[in-house]
Ligand binder design. Structure first.
Ligand SMILES: [Zn+2]
Length: 373
């Protein structure tokens, strides 16, 4: 009978080995998703002996306490109105992280989400998605706790207004054809800079730890995830909590199952390292980074309409042509492009050039459609 300590030591060795191998074997498979900041050496989840130190204490803000009930921010950063978070954490506080195991205990959803009580997710080869999600989520929780963080393992039901330094929902995909594979990660519709940063770091570290292909093509279902939708539900995360939803891979793909079930530790390391890297790189005083932006509805300037493209580039695939009377609901801006959905066809999530559209007073869809992924 092994002591708990002995077991833990083995866990550490098993966790540390694959990341060392992955770090050596993989050569940045995702240039597009890589954060612009130089890659820090934080990524590995350190063995427990070195762990008690909180994540990146040197990057913390000075201990000067921010004013109560406001997002901590440097003096020169203007904070728009309604910037308060439900429970602000003073600079230097231990990071709090929410890890949601998708579909877990979905039968306990509250009345407002009663339609999701039977939501059990994908099923393939004898595996239930809820079980696969929980298995990985528990490993992520242990890794983050070993780094001194406060971690909440959350079921399908989100505590009302849940507020944390980061929230990651863990899911697995399914497809009827069985040919689809790869992982996807998405932010809420309205993407704060912090959420975009978390998306970048988790995407990069997940690819590095698992070697899985990244699929950024279809994000509608994920961006409309019910747990993000605090405009419609009480049981949703706070709008200022940086959040992503991870589809770890396809349960219906044998190749993906070999990773998300067969190498669940690698999967957990990828997610945990993405969160750790975000916490190390962020500026905790930059409260404005937490605020989801809001944009005016856009219309094409040219009478010929405008192309909605798959990526913010002139040579990216055209997903849809929007005529002069069309409207595009915007939720993100990057490099002179807007990302949004097309009125009347929310399945089209794409990019338009900012200089090819103009603002209108047409209200955005409220609340946005939501899904259970
Ligand atoms: Zn799911």
């Amino acid at each position: 009978m092994r002591s708990p300590f002995f077991r833990r030591r083995w866990t550490i060795i098993l966790l540390a080995l694959p990341i060392a191998l992955a770090a050596g074997a993989l050569r940045d498979p995702l240039p597009a998703a890589a954060p612009s900041a130089p890659q820090p050496a934080v990524a590995a989840v350190a063995p427990r002996a070195a762990a008690p130190a909180p994540v990146a204490p040197s990057r913390r803000a000075a201990p000067a306490a921010p004013p109560a009930a406001t997002v901590p921010a440097p003096a020169d950063t203007p904070i728009p109105a309604a910037a308060a978070t439900p429970t602000p954490r003073p600079a230097g506080a231990t990071p709090r992280i929410g890890i949601q195991a998708g579909h877990w205990k979905s039968s306990e959803q509250p009345d407002e989400l009663a339609r999701l009580r039977t939501s059990s997710g994908a099923f393939a080869a004898g595996y239930k998605e809820a079980d696969v999600n929980l298995n990985v989520a528990q490993r992520v929780v242990r890794l983050l706790e070993s780094r001194g963080m406060v971690v909440d393992l959350l079921p399908a039901t989100i505590p009302p207004g849940y507020d944390a330094d980061a929230f990651v929902a863990i899911h697995a995909d399914g497809s009827s054809s069985g040919n689809s594979r790869g992982f996807k990660i998405a932010t809420p519709w309205r993407t704060s800079r912090a959420a975009q940063h978390l998306l970048d770091t988790v995407t990069h570290e997940y690819a590095r730890a698992t070697g899985m292909p990244w699929d950024d093509a279809i994000t509608f279902n994920m961006r409309g995830y019910y747990a993000f939708n605090n405009r419609r539900h009480t049981h949703a995360i706070a709008s200022t909590t940086p959040a992503v939803i991870v589809e770890m891979g396809f349960l219906t793909s044998a190749a993906d199952r070999a990773v998300i079930i067969g190498r669940a530790d690698n999967v957990a390391i990828g997610i945990a390292n993405g969160i750790i890297r975000y916490l190390n790189e962020r500026d905790p005083r930059d409260g404005a980074a937490l605020l989801p932006p809001s944009f005016k509805t856009q219309r094409p300037i040219d009478a010929g309409g405008v192309d909605v493209r798959a990526a913010p580039r002139d040579d990216a695939k055209v997903l849809k042509h929007v005529g002069a009377d069309g409207r595009i609901f915007i939720f993100q801006e990057r490099d002179g492009w807007y990302q949004g959905v097309v009125r009347g066809d929310f399945r089209v999530v794409g990019w338009v050039r900012r200089d090819q559209v103009a603002s209108t007073d047409d209200p955005p869809p409220t609340p946005p459609p939501d899904t259970d992924s």
